[in-house]
Design a protein around this ligand. Structure first.
Ligand code: ATP
Ligand code: MG
Length: 312
């Protein structure tokens, strides 16, 4: 089977995507797959390169906009090329934090309150005061903590909002939930061991904490059984509600025993230091086995979805 590893892309997470792609290439089982790296530098590259390479499956190593947001998935659907992970709808829903939070709230999954502003025209510091400082200001459709800031007082709000606006037209402002940060990786509907995260130098999991050596301690966390159950249920409820398929990672903060879901990542990082492979390793699954599972499950998923309209 010829597998195209699609990486790079045009989002703020391009560098992380290239690392994810390299790591996937390093671990793909060569006795099963012929591997073709496909680096996307501009939008139009995808169609030309995927068709030229004549691949049987697109292994998506992209993150962020035009990659994780359903657009690339839509192109591949149109071309009839099977791809890994969630479909178009789940990808675009999960990319939009505000919309996914609205849906989560509707089914009773806890998520921080939030204000969503359509750029600087909505700038109203009084509304943020009502939310209560400190707050987290983030691009509504970002990733890897890029463009996010923790704001302790009103004086710091304007520059944080301006910065977030440079990454997305919409920004999301949430009260800072102080608690234990957790992440739940799900593969094929199975919740892998829960990882607890502690940033070394910051009050939150910022870019440095995510990607610099020693930036954070990330290890399997032992929770009391009832709490663990609540966390697993919140993760699975989010995954199912947002119609995720094959794999995803649900980020949350546990505060007074309540898991607050921050977001669902449909193409979570798969770099050397990423959380999903760590969680898989804790379940005795090597990176290679994890990729095998993602590939097999994605092929099955696309076959089921496309069975009515075309041959996979
Ligand atoms: N409401 C909040 N309360 C406390 N911390 C928060 C809150 N929102 C975000 N954070 C912190 O900011 C980090 C990044 O937030 P979030 O997961 O929403 O953004 P992201 O950029 O999409 O991340 P990812 O790299 O997982 O794609 C979280 O891991 C957490 O440490
Ligand atoms: Mg996150």
């Amino acid at each position: 089977m010829k597998i195209g590893v699609i990486m790079g892309g045009i989002s703020s997470e391009r560098e992380v995507s290239l690392q994810t792609g390299q790591e996937m290439i390093r671990h793909l089982d060569r006795s099963r797959y012929e591997v073709v790296p496909i680096v996307i530098d501009q939008r139009a590259d995808l169609i030309a390169q995927a068709q030229q390479a004549d691949i049987d499956l697109a292994l998506l190593a992209l993150h962020g906009q035009y990659g994780e947001d359903g657009t690339v998935q839509g192109v591949l659907e149109t071309l009839g090329i099977p791809y890994t992970g969630s479909g178009v709808l789940a990808s675009s829903l999960c990319m939009n934090k505000e919309l996914s939070k609205k849906l989560l709230k509707a089914v009773g999954v806890h998520t921080p309150e939030g204000l969503c502003w359509q750029g600087m025209k909505d700038y109203k510091p009084q509304a943020v005061k009502r939310l209560g400082y400190p707050v987290i200001v983030k691009p509504n459709m970002g990733g890897s903590s890029i463009g996010i800031q923790l704001v302790h007082k009103e004086k710091e709000l304007l520059p944080a909002v301006q910065q977030a606006c440079s990454f997305d037209q919409e920004i999301l402002i949430e009260p800072y939930i102080k608690g234990t940060e957790l992440t739940c990786s799900i593969v094929d509907g199975e919740v892998l061991p829960i990882i607890g995260i502690r940033s070394a130098h910051s009050e939150w999991f910022d870019y440095k904490a995510k990607y610099e050596p020693g930036g954070a301690e990330e290890k399997v966390i032992q929770l009391p059984p009832a709490t663990r159950q609540r966390v697993r249920e919140a993760a699975l409820a989010s995954y199912r509600l947002l119609q995720c398929k094959v794999y995803a990672r649900v980020d949350m903060i546990l505060c007074q025993d309540v898991p607050y879901v921050l977001e669902v990542n449909t193409l979570p990082g798969m770099t050397e230091n990423s959380l999903l492979p760590k969680s898989a390793a804790a379940a005795d699954m090597t990176f290679t086995q994890l990729l095998n599972r993602i590939i097999a499950s994605s092929l099955l998923e696309r076959k089921q979805e496309w069975g009515m309209v075309q041959d996979v």
